[in-house]
Design a protein around this ligand. Structure first.
Ligand code: SAH
Length: 355
């Protein structure tokens, strides 16, 4: 039988597991302390638990640290981990340096961009992740495991998490919710809810469900088009939930959460970079008091899309700033490693013959 990653267990799950074995509640607390505070890498090191209990843990669970197949980038730049899962699948996790976090704020806090699925079923036309299709959801343990493993490998503390790696987090809502709980818990990774951002291509009903989770997490919407006409061309999800439906769900979100919503907007030459789109985007952002994060497109091998030149990017940005929208433009260097999600994994899986 498949062993469960211990990182994916909540304190309540441990209490139940202990209870089934006639063990007192406080043993559950001891386990999470070993895992998240003392950071042991084997059950054997949990020396305040009996030998018998440690053996039982060993037979039901793995700790959940992920071996890294490859690490690109250097300490102070964007670093990309390629982690191997128990079934041989690969996922990417990207560490973004403190002075260039995802929305351009100089927060001085390390951000980790995590994956939520192996592959993606949403087929956005510009994205590398969808190219190989969808394989499976990540478990809560594999999501938390990315953060624990990145800290383990670098010795640094991650302060922000963005769900902008591979996959559509809202299509994996149950595991996402559990992972958020563990990341946020004081007995877990103790990350502030405000430091966790879930990004979605626009799964409106799931936005409404997540809105009701009593945790002040942030939401980013991968908008990439200000009208249905443009969005329909590049994001098939828009045919299911169009912009009006999506915005209805964002109203629901705002009734439950205090943080501003962020619109992610990739600039793709000749597709969505017209100033008419910028004007509509400005109106839409204003209607929700949302921030806009412009991202010049990262080219993907095998896809025809290009980024607009700098003057065209600036012209688009100007329309937003003139309309008093809080907007940033991501202009970091090193697209080679920072490139679109999914690329590194595709290369490696192709090389290894996994598909
Ligand atoms: N499925 C979720 C999260 C994963 S994608 C979502 O759509 O939000 C994370 C972000 O990277 C999204 O905004 C996505 O649109 C963007 N992205 C995908 N391919 C890109 C590319 N080639 N260049 C720049 N951004 C890209």
């Amino acid at each position: 039988m498949e062993k469960t990653p211990a990182f994916g267990m909540t304190l309540d799950d441990w209490i139940e597991w202990m209870n089934e074995r006639g063990q007192p509640k406080f043993r559950a607390k001891q386990i999470v302390e070993w895992l998240f505070s003392k950071r042991v890498t084997s059950f054997d090191e949990m020396t305040n638990l009996s030998r018998d209990l440690r053996n039982q843990l060993e037979s039901d669970f793995v700790i959940g640290l992920l071996p890294s197949v490859r690490l690109t980038g250097s300490k102070d730049t964007t670093r990309k981990f390629l982690f191997r899962l128990h079934d041989g699948r690969l996922i990417e996790t990207v560490k973004i340096p403190a002075n260039a976090n995802f929305d351009g704020e100089r927060s001085g806090r390390l951000t980790l961009c995590v994956s939520s699925q192996v592959g993606c079923a949403y087929d956005c036309k510009f994205c590398a992740s969808g190219l190989a299709g969808f394989t499976r959801n990540l478990s809560a343990g594999e999501i938390v495991g990315q953060v624990m493993s990145a800290e383990h490998e670098t010795g640094e503390t991650i302060r922000n998490i963005v769900f902008m790696g591979m996959g559509e987090p809202l299509a994996n809502l149950t595991n996402l919710t559990k992972a958020l709980t563990i990341l946020n818990a004081d007995w877990g990774m103790n990350l502030g809810a405000r430091h966790m951002t879930v990004s979605t291509s626009g799964l409106a009903p799931q936005v409404e469900k997540l809105a009701k989770l009593p945790m002040q997490i942030r939401l980013a919407i991968s908008l990439h088009g200000a009208t249905d006409e443009v969005r329909d061309q590049i994001m098939p999800v828009n045919k299911k939930y169009n912009i009006n439906r999506l915005f209805d769900s964002l109203q629901v979100w705002q009734r439950h959460k205090k943080q501003m919503i962020t619109f992610e907007y990739i600039l793709i030459e000749g597709v969505n970079d017209g100033l008419d789109q910028a004007a509509i985007l400005a109106k839409r952002a204003k209607s929700l008091h949302a921030k806009v994060n412009l991202i010049p497109y990262n080219t993907v091998e095998g896809l025809p899309w290009k980024r607009p030149d700098i003057p065209a990017q600036d012209a688009f940005m100007n329309v937003l700033t003139k309309a008093n929208i809080s907007a940033t433009i991501r202009r970091e260097k090193g697209h080679d490693i920072d490139a679109a999600c999914g690329q590194l994994r595709l290369q490696e899986e192709t090389a290894e013959g996994i598909s």
